[in-house]
Design a protein around this ligand. Sequence first.
Ligand code: AMP
Length: 224
Amino acid sequence: MPELNLILFGPPGAGKGTQAERLERDFQLPFISTGDMLRGNVKNETDLGKKAKQFMDAGDLVPDDLIVAMAGERLQHKDAQDGFILDGFPRTLEQAGALDKQLSGVGRRVTAALLIDVPDDDVIRRLSGRRMCVKSGHNYHVEFDPPKHEGVCDQDGSRLVQRDDDKPEVIENRLKVYHEQTEPLVEHYDEQGLMRRIDGTRPAAEVNDHIRAVIATLRLEEDV
Ligand code: AMP
């Protein structure tokens, strides 16, 4: 079976995390989220966490050298050798170049970049209602995907909180950063013929069906 090295990208709040969780289950691929990794570092007060926190709180990107080192190290783990789903990385052209270089150095390459596209207005509505479990990062939405009991995670009973970077003033900056620094990746992966666009405004189950169909096609193409 050919390996699947997938990149999920799209504006903040496009549902990348939700989709990645389902894909991880469906395809038994490790789900690697640089945002989750950074939040873990902040929580554990590591050196990296201390350096990253100020950027994250402002909705800015953490500098490329820190991210490239962190993600590069993670991709060398054994579980990522037969494929992976990257969520939130790469986010700049420089990061994309570093990823291409690391993979080609070991005879691998990105299989596809899946853009989950959602307009800005929807992003604002989605992010401002998002709540996250303090323990394991499960996501909910006060309107679209509420937990059974308000403020409590269905899966492990932990408290639900609003991420600091989901506060309105920060959301605006995150969108600006996305358009300026991450959107150029569309062209980067288009040029390589790897870009696949998904309508992220559809319900999560439909988005998942679309992604699975894209992956099935990719697998057929890789087999040829
Ligand atoms: P996320 O959960 O993916 O939205 O990430 C939360 C925050 O972590 C972002 O707003 C950035 O500050 C930081 N971050 C995550 N991934 C990256 C990346 N690839 N490059 C730079 N900063 C990142």
